[in-house]
Design a protein around this ligand. Structure first.
Ligand code: TMP
Length: 399
């Protein structure tokens, strides 16, 4: 296995075993032909970069049926509205140009509709890109990569902000992405992206952040080192509550901007905690094994007590939990979810039925495994009746 940035040889420090696509929700007739890969995790100490060893091709993951819609969470709609306002205030002027990588259904870009900013999204999933275009969000249905830039000549060397959220960690050919940013960004432009943060994952033992689509789990050290290789500076970092703990990174061309104190603060903090070297990975591995044991012991106890257990939200993260821990329909009867493309299908690998959110009430489960633990405020607020009738939330992370 080789590092996706430097091509140096890497050895995995941990394997999660055979894993299906995190968003590979399937119908019964597809059970026999399901795709699996061996999910190993490696750490490049030179870049302090955690990454998957093997991964499926992006075309396999972000295809026509990709079932993730950013707007499915109210909290995310609010987050993106605030993110857009922050970008407008700090980085844009009246006739600015802005590109979003992996713009999904346009939840962020819609906030620029009423401005004079010339904006554009890149979204590889055909159905989602169409939905965005139908809603007046100009979206190119493609991966953001060098071979696409000739289609958008006016943005070349002229784009003030290129932004992304929970997308850059999905891209195996990150060097191509950075080179594409280099072609499109103006001399004084900014590349801003936010991604699940390694420090939060290690703190919470939220190993479910690791799945096929999350090729990299970034830290401040790793982002700084990667971008330095391409003549960019990491000039600011701002922690975010989204996705169970994320970090927003602001990158600019080398030497063009003052580097804020936040970068030093977080690199030093990470160094102290060994997040810049493999020691922290070995500790994380032990914590994952302990978490798996605790989860299974607790779920088995619930079963002994004849409790009905359901899953709440068929998240991508749940695919890692269910397959790593080997939890199937003998333990969890069903998973309820609001996404219509998932309802009526089965969870990847473990084949637990996905049902509509209304069945959370009608089937009266005793225990709900909160797979969307990162959306807990939003969910617990709307599901107060569950606790009132004696239901109990469960998760492998503290909720
Ligand atoms: P993700 O963690 O892979 O982004 O998926 C989030 C899933 O959670 C998505 O399928 C929608 C679902 N969901 C619910 O079912 N109910 C909710 O209240 C929220 C916030 C999300």
């Amino acid at each position: 296995m080789n590092c996706k940035i430097t091509n140096s040889k890497l050895d995995p420090f941990m394997s999660f075993g055979k894993m299906p696509l995190a968003n590979g929700f399937i119908t019964k007739d597809q059970f026999d032909n399901e795709f699996f890969f061996e999910m190993n995790v490696c750490f490049n100490e030179n870049l302090s970069l955690l990454q998957l060893g093997n991964h499926p091709k992006p075309e396999k993951m972000f295809n026509i049926d990709y079932p993730f819609y950013t707007s499915s969470s109210r909290a995310m709609i609010k987050h993106f509205s605030e993110y857009a306002n922050w970008i407008k205030k700090n980085f844009l002027h009246e006739d600015s140009k802005l590109i979003e990588i992996g713009s999904n259904d346009g939840t962020l870009l819609t906030n620029f509709k009423s401005t004079s900013v010339d904006f554009l999204g890149f979204e590889p999933s055909e159905t989602i890109a169409k939905l965005a275009n139908d809603n007046g969000i100009k979206t190119i249905n493609s991966f953001f990569c060098k071979k696409e830039v000739d289609k958008i000549n006016k943005f070349k060397g002229n784009t003030d902000v290129i932004c992304a959220s929970n997308v850059i960690c999905h891209i195996p050919n990150l060097p191509d992405t950075i080179e594409t940013v280099d072609i499109l960004l103006s001399n004084k432009g900014f590349f801003i992206f936010e991604e699940p943060y390694l420090g939060s994952m290690f703190d919470k033992t939220s190993y479910d952040q690791i799945y096929d689509e999350h090729i990299f789990i970034f830290s401040v050290n790793s982002v700084k080192k990667i971008f330095n290789l391409f003549d960019f500076d990491l000039i600011d970092v701002i922690p975010q509550n989204t996705h169970g703990g994320s970090m927003r990174y602001v990158v600019a061309r080398k030497g063009k901007n003052e580097i804020k104190g936040s970068v030093k603060k977080y690199t030093e903090k990470e160094n102290k905690l060994n997040y810049d070297n493999i020691k922290s990975c070995f500790e994380f591995k032990l914590n994952c094994e302990e978490s798996k044991k605790k989860t299974l012991d607790q779920l088995n106890q619930f079963k002994k007590e004849k409790k009905i257990i359901c899953g709440y939200a068929a998240t991508s993260k749940s695919t890692t939990i269910l397959n790593y821990c080997g939890i199937n329909t003998t333990v969890i009867d069903f998973i309820c979810d609001t996404t219509k493309q998932k309802i009526g299908k089965y969870s990847p690998g473990m084949h637990i039925p996905i049902v509509s959110a209304s069945e959370f009430q009608s089937r009266s489960p005793d225990i709900a495994y909160l797979f969307a633990w990162n959306h807990k405020n939003e969910i617990l607020k709307k599901e107060t009746k569950f606790l009132e009738r004696g239901g109990k939330w469960f998760s492998h992370v503290e909720i």
